[in-house]
Write a protein that binds this ligand. Structure first.
Ligand code: G4P
Length: 525
C-alpha cells in the first residue's frame, strides 16, 4: 500500500511533550506562561482556573478543587513557529504518579521543572528515572530564579551526580549576590534582562543582542559572568543533539516562570531540540514507521470529565499514519473492528471535533467502550505495543458495598475504575467477588475511587484497613507454595497473581527460605 504523502511532513512539525515536576516546582505556572507566549490562551490564570473551580466540573473533580490539585490529564494542542505542539498534561500530586507514568509513554520529549532553591526532590528523581528507563529525552527547566536559590553550578553538579545525565546549559543566569539579573544565551550571547520597571513586579525585559554591551552590568558582574561562561565551555557542557536524544545529556534552561523569564527560550527549545515523532516499537520487537497506515495506543481512559455528558473518554496517541474521523480500525486486544466516529481534540475541558490527526497527535474518543490503557488500534495490520508500565502499589484497602441493594452498581463501578487504572482491584480466586482488595500507589487514589463509586455509580462504599502491607507479583508455581505458607495470593483482572504479605519482615523471611519462588516488585505492565 503506498503511504499518504502528507504524513511525514505533518509528523515532522509535531512536538509531543509533557511537563513534569515535583509538586510546587512551578509546573502549572510554566504551562500557563508557555500557552500565553505561544498565543494559545490570552488570559493569565486560565490554567489555574481550570483546576481551581471555574467551568464544568464533575463531582469527583470536586476533590481537585478542594485540594487544589490536578487529577485529570488531558492534552493541549497549539501551534508555535509553524509547529504543532501537543502538550500532555500530567497530574501534579505524587499519589497519581502512575497516571503520570502512563502519560510519559505517549510523549516524545519531557520538560522537567526544578525549583532552584530545592534542587532535585523525590518526585523529580523518580520521574527522571522513568524517562531514563523509557529513553525519553529530558529538557530541564530550573525555575524560580527570582527567589533566593542555590548556586546554578551546584545544581548542575547535582543533576549529573544524582541522575547520571550530563547537563548542558543552553542559557545561563546572571546572578549578583543572589539577585537574578537576566539570562544569557550561551550560543548567541544575547541577553534577556530581568528586573523591575517602576513599581511593577520583576519580569523579563526586551532582549539585548550581546550581553557584553549591556551597560547596567558592573565590571564585577561582567567578569564573573565571563568566567562562568568560559568554565562551561571549558568543560564541554555544550548541547549535542545525538547525546540528548540518546539520553546521555539534558539541555538546561533557567528562568522564573512567574516573571516570564526563560519561557520563550523553552518554547523555542521544544521546536529546535524537541523530538519529532519517530518509529514506534512494538511488543514483538519490530517497529511501526510513521508512514505506515494509521495506528495508535490508548494511554489514558478518563470517565466523566464533564457532568453534562457523563461519558468515558479514551486518549489515543497516534503512532503512525493519518487518522480520519469515522475510519474503521482493528482493536488488537479483542480482535474487533470499530469505527472511530466520535473523535475530539482534547483541549483541556473543551471538546473540539477532530477530523484528522497525524503521528504525535492525541485523539479523544468518546464512549469507545472496551478501550483500556495500553490497547492498540490500527487501520493496517494488527499491532501490539509494549505493555503499560505500572507502579508497585503501596497502599491497600478492603472495599465493601455499604448498600446491598446497590451491589450490581458497586461491581460495575469497581470494574470501570480498574479498567481505567484509577485503582487496582485484586480478588481472591476462591472467594470471587467477595471483599476485593483495592491497591494504589497513593492513598488519594482511594478518595477518588470512593467519590466516583458513590457519585457516578450510585454505590455507597466503605474501605477497611487490610491485613496486607507489601505486594509482589508471582507465578502459578510460586502461588501454590505461598498459599501453603499462609500468604494471600490474589488475582488481578488482567490475570497476574499478586502475593500479599502482612509485613516487609514476612516477605524478607519468605524470600530467604524459599529463594526459588518468583517474587517481583509490581513494576511490569
Ligand atoms: P506546581 O504546578 O508544580 O505544583 O506549581 P505551581 O505552578 O502551582 O507553583 C507553585 C507555587 O510557586 C505558586 O505559588 C507559584 O506562584 C509559585 N511560582 C511558580 N513559578 C514561580 C517563579 O518563577 N517565581 C516565584 N517566585 N514563584 C513561582 P503559591 O503561593 O503556592 O500559589 P499562588 O497563590 O501564587 O497561586
Amino acid at each position: 500500500m503506498s503511504s499518504d504523502p502528507t504524513v511525514a511532513p505533518e509528523a515532522a512539525r509535531r512536538r509531543t511533550f509533557a511537563i513534569i515536576s515535583h509538586p510546587d516546582a512551578g509546573k502549572t505556572t510554566l504551562t500557563e506562561r508557555l500557552l500565553l507566549q505561544a498565543g494559545a490562551i490570552d488570559l493569565a490564570g486560565a490554567v489555574r482556573a481550570r483546576r481551581g473551580g471555574a467551568g464544568a466540573r464533575s463531582d469527583w473533580m470536586e476533590i481537585e478543587r478542594t485540594r487544589g490539585i490536578s487529577v485529570t490529564s488531558a492534552a493541549l494542542q497549539f501551534t508555535y513557529r509553524g509547529h504543532v505542539f501537543n502538550l500532555l498534561d500530567t497530574p501534579g500530586h505524587k499519589d497519581f504518579s502512575e497516571d503520570t507514568y502512563r502519560v510519559l509513554t505517549a510523549t516524545d520529549t519531557a520538560i522537567m521543572v526544578i525549583d532552584a532553591a530545592k534542587g532535585l526532590e523525590p518526585q523529580t528523581l523518580k520521574l527522571f528515572q522513568v524517562c531514563r528507563t523509557r529513553g525519553t529525552p529530558v529538557i530541564t527547566f530550573v525555575n524560580k530564579l527570582d527567589r533566593p536559590g542555590r548556586d546554578p553550578l551546584e545544581l548542575l553538579d547535582e543533576i549529573e551526580r544524582e541522575i547520571g545525565l550530563r547537563p548542558t546549559p543552553v542559557t545561563w543566569p546572571v546572578m549578583d549576590e543572589g539577585a537574578f539579573l537576566g539570562l544569557v544565551d550561551r550560543v548567541s550571547g544575547a541577553l534577556e534582562p530581568f528586573g523591575r520597571i517602576g513599581t511593577a513586579a520583576p519580569t523579563a525585559q526586551a532582549p539585548v543582542a550581546d550581553w557584553r554591551a549591556h551597560e547596567a552590568f558592573t565590571p564585577v558582574i561582567r567578569d564573573r559572568l565571563g568566567d562562568e561562561l568560559d568554565l562551561l565551555s571549558g568543560v564541554g557542557a555544550d548541547h549535542d543533539d545525538e547525546q540528548f536524544r540518546g539520553g546521555e545529556t539534558t539541555p538546561v534552561y533557567f528562568g522564573a516562570a512567574l516573571g516570564d523569564s526563560g519561557v520563550r527560550h523553552l518554547l523555542d527549545s521544544v521546536v529546535d531540540l524537541g523530538c519529532a515523532p519517530g518509529a514506534w516499537e512494538t511488543a514483538t520487537g519490530g517497529t511501526v514507521r510513521i508512514e505506515d497506515p494509521f495506528s495508535g495506543f490508548v494511554f489514558k481512559v478518563q470517565a466523566n470529565t464533564d457532568p453534562r455528558h457523563r461519558d468515558r473518554l479514551a486518549y489515543i496517541r497516534v503512532c503512525s499514519g493519518r487518522f480520519e474521523r469515522g475510519m474503521q480500525v482493528h482493536h488488537e486486544r479483542t480482535g474487533r473492528t470499530m469505527a472511530l466516529r466520535h473523535a475530539h481534540q482534547p483541549f483541556g475541558q473543551e471538546r473540539l471535533p477532530l477530523d484528522e490527526a497525524f503521528p504525535g497527535d492525541v485523539i479523544g474518543l468518546v464512549n469507545a467502550s472496551g478501550l483500556r490503557p495500553g490497547d492498540a488500534i490500527s487501520a493496517g495490520d494488527p499491532v501490539r505495543f509494549p505493555p503499560m508500565p505500572r507502579f508497585a502499589p503501596e497502599h491497600f484497602a478492603v472495599v465493601r458495598s455499604r448498600d446491598s441493594s446497590r451491589y450490581k452498581q458497586f461491581r460495575r463501578g469497581l470494574a470501570a475504575l480498574d479498567e481505567e487504572g484509577v485503582v487496582q482491584v485484586l480478588r481472591d480466586p476462591q472467594r470471587g467477588d467477595q471483599e476485593p482488595l483495592l491497591a494504589a500507589v497513593g492513598p488519594m487514589q482511594f478518595e477518588v475511587a470512593l467519590a466516583r463509586l458513590e457519585a457516578e455509580f450510585g454505590a455507597p462504599t466503605q474501605l477497611d484497613p487490610p491485613r496486607h502491607m507489601v505486594a509482589r507479583e508471582t507465578d502459578q508455581a510460586g502461588s501454590e507454595l505461598l498459599r501453603r505458607d499462609g500468604v494471600s495470593v490474589l488475582l488481578r483482572e488482567s490475570g497476574e497473581l499478586v502475593a500479599l504479605f502482612t509485613s516487609t519482615y514476612r516477605l524478607e523471611s519468605f524470600e530467604r527460605h524459599r529463594p526459588e519462588v518468583s517474587l517481583t516488585p509490581l513494576l511490569a505492565g
